[in-house]
Design a protein around this ligand. Structure first.
Ligand code: CAA
Length: 287
């Protein structure tokens, strides 16, 4: 698939990354299908997308007409066949679990045209392993956005062992067309670049709370005001989604060892379904 011929993009998963990437693609003028497994998930994702577009319009970052046009370019769907029928690019942003993602690809490859590029927004999982469950490993790569996609500039474009150069070129050009800055990650290593650095940092802060070495407030004041991060470490965790951080750590622990063991404080937070902003509660309360 040549970049110039890309017109339609399918987002699989309407969670915070899925609807955020759908918004970015629609703002760039693409026809977007936003798909999730339940009507309520798709409706919620679409509502969040419209909220974000309205917010951008409110702040004059886009016009109201641009916001309306972008919202109109997005079709919310549950039927997977309809979602990938005759689409040019599939960007998958389903939960960060290898088995869930593999099941999704097995289903999707049946209905997607041969030309379609598969790009995964995985935060950490092996691109090569995921590509091998599809019938097109050479047309498969990582396209990793950051939360919130509409505000974050970077996109990691990750090559798997089988990815063709032409696929990477097309995906990098697509990221540029989205107004983003793609960085090519040449090695398919766990967590790629950003999350290999960032997720252990967030875990370490949770270990400090677990071991009663510092409080959430102390750590966030330090990371935000002294270390110059845009958000405190725990605010960032709530932005990313504590379940996402936890799943990334579980994978890093599995493939890299116990140095990546999730801290008890993080596990307790996830077990209590305090996932962060998206669930209304995380390390902080949002309602
Ligand atoms: N769409 C539109 N508006 C949004 C928004 C969205 N998706 N998300 C937040 N906003 C709005 C807020 O509602 C708020 O609006 P009000 O001012 O009306 O209350 C406003 O944006 C806040 O924006 P500001 O410009 O005032 O704040 P800021 O300059 O601090 O920017 C930020 C916000 C861009 C999120 C900034 O805090 C930041 O860069 N944070 C770090 C985020 C980050 O590092 N993300 C990557 C995490 S790692 C990851 O995602 C990868 C992974 O796989 C786990």
């Amino acid at each position: 698939m040549e970049f110039e011929n890309i017109e339609t993009i399918t987002l699989l998963g309407a969670g915070s990354m899925g609807h955020g990437i759908a918004e970015v693609a629609a703002l760039a003028g693409y026809e977007v299908r936003l798909r999730d497994i339940k009507t309520e998930f798709v409706e919620n994702g679409y509502e969040q997308l419209v909220w974000s577009l309205d917010k951008l319009a409110e702040k004059d970052q886009i016009s109201e007409e641009e916001a309306d046009a972008a919202a109109d370019r997005v079709t919310p769907l549950v039927d997977v066949k309809e979602a990938v029928d005759d689409t040019d690019v599939v960007i998958e942003a389903v939960p960060e679990k290898m088995e869930i993602k593999k099941d999704v690809y097995s289903e999707v490859e049946t209905y997607a045209p041969d030309r379609t590029i598969f790009a995964t927004n995985t935060s950490s999982l092996s691109i090569t392993d995921l590509s091998e469950v599809t019938d097109r490993p050479e047309q498969f790569c990582g396209m990793h956005f950051f939360n919130p996609p509409v505000r974050m500039q970077l996109v990691e474009v990750i090559t798997g062992s089988h990815t063709a150069e032409s696929t990477l070129d097309a995906v990098e050009q697509l990221a540029e067309a989205f107004g983003k800055t793609p960085i090519r990650v040449h090695k398919d290593s766990p967590g790629f670049i950003v999350n290999r650095i960032l997720v252990p940092l967030m875990n370490e802060t949770c270990w400090m709370v677990s071991d009663d070495e510092a409080t959430v407030a102390e750590i966030d004041s330090t990371t935000k005001f002294d270390m110059g991060l845009p958000m405190g470490a725990f605010e960032l965790g709530d932005q990313v989604g504590n379940d996402v951080t936890y799943h990334v750590l579980q994978y890093l622990q599995e493939v890299l060892g116990d140095a990546y063991e999730p801290a008890p404080f993080l596990k307790e937070t996830v077990d209590a379904e305090r996932y962060g902003k998206k669930s209304g509660e995380g390390f902080y309360d949002y309602e």
